[in-house]
Design a protein around this ligand. Structure first.
Ligand code: ADP
Length: 247
């Protein structure tokens, strides 16, 4: 079970998360939606401690970490990295290593972080490349690939760490519509495989299709969570307006 409890986070005087509690069901897809600037990315980054909450508790499969405002973080870098290793994150702008080949990008984490055997990593990386349909690009550099292809490699790289939880931050927002499809198809496959997924998206048709649970975020708080239909029927003007605007 993955959960966040009463998470607060500020940047300088800007309080971005105002007491957020969220359960992330295992083997299901949770979709975060809501206006820009409402704190969705910050929340996603708190799940894997890329941002350290000012206060609140993050629980990932039995390991809980609590943070308290005004107190020094009591966890070591390696404890925090351990939590981070349980998650795989896919960013808006891919964030591949530009000077490494596709294959090296995918193998980097398992070799350097998980200390796995090189030939085993290569075998796994090749099978992930097949899964994302890019076996022929193994020796290419990210700059030689389309945005859609780069994002598929970024997904393969995240999967190479065998994460318990996959986090996607608007994975297609930097892509043209025709390239978006190929990335969405891979995410659809991961949803079908019952990975545990949290995804931020502005694509409401996709949210409706894949979400087991939709969480509507507004001004640093969860305004409502439920199925897509429950949100549609919520009669909360802020939500229905948002859903209609983006459909
Ligand atoms: P969303 O994903 O819903 O668009 P974000 O979490 O990206 O929202 O941003 C919420 C607010 O937090 C914005 O006002 C943004 O400027 C601020 N913010 C996010 N990250 C940082 C940061 N590292 N430093 C300062 N402000 C930040």
């Amino acid at each position: 079970m993955y959960s966040l409890d009463n998470i607060y986070k500020s940047f300088d005087n800007n309080q971005v998360l105002k007491g957020v509690s969220l359960e992330i069901p295992k083997n299901k897809t949770t979709v975060l939606i809501g206006p820009s600037g409402s704190g969705k990315t910050t929340l996603l980054r708190c799940i894997n401690l890329l941002e350290i909450p000012d206060s609140g508790t993050v629980t990932l499969n039995g390991s809980s970490m609590s943070f308290q405002e005004g107190q020094k973080v009591k966890y070591s870098g390696s404890e925090i990295r351990n939590i981070r290793m349980k998650t795989g994150m896919v960013f808006q702008n891919f964030q591949l290593f530009p000077h490494k080949t596709v294959l090296e990008n995918i193998m980097e984490g398992p070799i350097t972080v998980l200390k796995k055997d090189r030939s085993e990593c290569e075998k796994e990386a090749l099978s992930l490349l097949e899964k994302v349909g890019l076996s022929d690009k193994r020796d290419a550099y990210p700059g030689q690939l389309s945005g859609g292809q780069q994002q598929r490699i970024a997904i393969a790289r995240a999967l190479a760490m065998k994460p318990e939880l996959l986090l996607f931050d608007e994975p297609t927002s930097a892509l043209d519509p025709e390239l978006e499809v190929e990335v969405l198809n891979i995410i659809r496959r991961l949803v079908d495989e019952k990975q545990t997924i949290v995804i931020i998206t502005h694509k409401m048709s996709f949210a409706r299709e894949v979400a087991d649970k939709v969480v509507f975020f507004d001004e640093g708080k969860i305004l409502k969570e439920g199925t897509y239909t429950e949100l549609e029927q919520s009669n909360i003007p802020r939500i229905t307006q948002f859903l209609n605007m983006l459909n």
